[in-house]
Design a protein around this ligand. Sequence first.
Ligand code: ZN
Ligand code: ZN
Length: 351
Amino acid sequence: MAEAIRKPELGRGERVLPGVFRLRLPLPWPGVPHCNAWAVAAGDGVVLFDTGMHQPGSLAHLERALAMCNLALEDVRLVVCTHAHSDHYGQAASVVERAGCELWMHPNHAHMKSWAEDPDAALDRRLEVARQSGVPAEPLRRYAAERGSRESGIAAVIEPDRELLPGVVVQTDLGEWTVHETPGHAPSHVCLFQPERRLLISGDHLLGRISLFFDFGYSPDPVGEFLRSLDVVEALHARLCLPGHGRTFTDVHAHIEGNRELVAEHLAKILAVIGAGEAEDGSEGQAGSDAEAGEPLTAFEILPRVHGADLSPMTAQWLLTETLAMLRHLEVTDRARRIPGEPERWAAVAV
Ligand SMILES: [Zn+2]
Ligand SMILES: [Zn+2]
């Protein structure tokens, strides 16, 4: 969706349903200009689902968004995080301290802790994965330099007061919200569902604009986990989705299908590239040419053949992670074979 030239983003709040407020908070990321927190009326205050990212002035953006809904930080009775990424959890410590409330979150948040507590070590590990995946020294150096400040976007690491697991319910004026584990995007990801109104707080599991991201390296098969999580959410039959980015949307089933199709499409493209035969419709004309006879390729060699060569370092990092997650899924489903080495390479499993 094309959008007009942007003004500097400010936190903004709006009521989307009686007792449900969308708090749109700015992000410093290219292509992802804001995220949502959701405030839901609960007694004399609100439950805050997600928090926005911690960065200079970010708490003021959250306060501004709340004020537009006649709310204040002190009205927050409970913070619930859909997952432990900085744009959803980053301000949890700040809000909990100001409001004097609890934080509830899924326990599998080691992926965040390692990043927040030692960003340098996390970056080094990421660079090592990239090197292992065949990324040459020069782009790696450039990427490390561009990361620059290495801020985590997380005010402070705090442990949840309560583990957000199936069986836990979040009480609000709209009724109870049930917890559904939806790993894939991140190991700590949950969705929250209000059954009578069929509302789904979907975090980053389902977004209005379908895009894939997998936190790779913390669980056996993020893509497989994501596909299973789509089944979990489909069975809820949600009517309205309150996502972690962008506007609410109603065609939840179509979004679930869209995600499945996109995953299948990327898997098929990668398989075609590593020599599992021709792409179904022949559209990947150039893809097969370098990889004839199933020549093993590094993830870095696979990436431009799937996504094109003209990528910014940030996009390339994102897509390298996605490609590794896809390759891993092909490996655990016996469709691709990892050939250990420096760097490691991948080949299709002959069928
Ligand atoms: Zn996320
Ligand atoms: Zn997000």
